[in-house]
Design a protein around this ligand. Structure first.
Ligand SMILES: Nc1nc2c(ncn2[C@@H]2O[C@H](COP(=O)(O)OP(=O)(O)OP(=O)(O)O)[C@@H](O)[C@H]2O)c(=O)[nH]1
Length: 181
């Protein structure tokens, strides 16, 4: 079962993805891609960790800002939840930003991730963001990020058995296993 959960910031997508993943298996691996660059982010992450504990979500946690494909390939966890791909993408773009072919380099990471996602036999839930609804970003890097995010989501949604859009806390199923072509 390959699930892609998408939505805007604070849409409730992480909470939904976590509850859904917990239904797919009692134990699993939570893969966090966020990095605590400042105190605000550190506090936010600690809050998430405390919140998970208080809700009785006792999965193993791993923090992996870059090597997602490798993590998915090597894990023996019965269920995997990754939160979130947008930060993972941004981590890669910032790492490659001074390379002349940054966009192509990051795109090849997306392709690698999509390949691994397609070959997963254990249930996996990936969380991503809808980033393209606003204004065209003023800076080139922002525009590249927006385009890569859109292409990444399309590639993963094509492979997913199920695509869920979360808006204002309400999950809407956009693709179900029954409609997989
Ligand atoms: N490093 C690390 N990051 C974590 C951990 N738990 C959660 N996160 C990160 O927290 C982020 C999600 O939190 P927020 O940014 O507050 O949520 P949001 O995506 O804006 O809001 P929702 O749409 O409501 O989920 C994800 O990118 C996770 O990677 C953890 O244990 N370690």
């Amino acid at each position: 079962m390959k699930v892609l959960v998408t939505g805007g910031a604070r849409s409730g997508k992480s909470g939904f993805a976590e509850a859904y993943a917990a239904k797919l298996g009692e134990r699993g691996l939570y893969v966090a891609t966020a990095q605590a660059f400042d105190e605000e982010m550190k506090a936010r992450i600690e809050l998430h960790q405390a919140d998970r504990r208080s809700r009785g979500f006792h999965w193993d946690t791993t923090e992996e800002p870059y090597a997602l494909a490798e993590t998915l390939r090597s894990t023996a966890a019965p269920v995997i939840l990754v939160d979130c791909l947008t930060l993972w993408l941004s981590n890669w773009l910032l790492r490659c930003e001074h390379e002349p072919d940054a966009e192509r380099l990051v795109e090849s990471r997306i392709d690698e991730l999509a390949d691994v996602f397609g070959s997963m036999s254990s249930p996996v839930v990936l969380v991503t963001n809808e980033v393209g609804y606003g204004l065209v970003p003023e800076y080139k890097l922002g525009r590249i990020f927006r385009d890569l995010s859109g292409r990444m989501n399309q590639k993963l949604a094509r492979t997913a058995d199920q695509l869920v859009l979360v808006t204002a806390g309400i999950p809407v199923e956009l693709k179900s296993q029954a409609f997989r072509l």
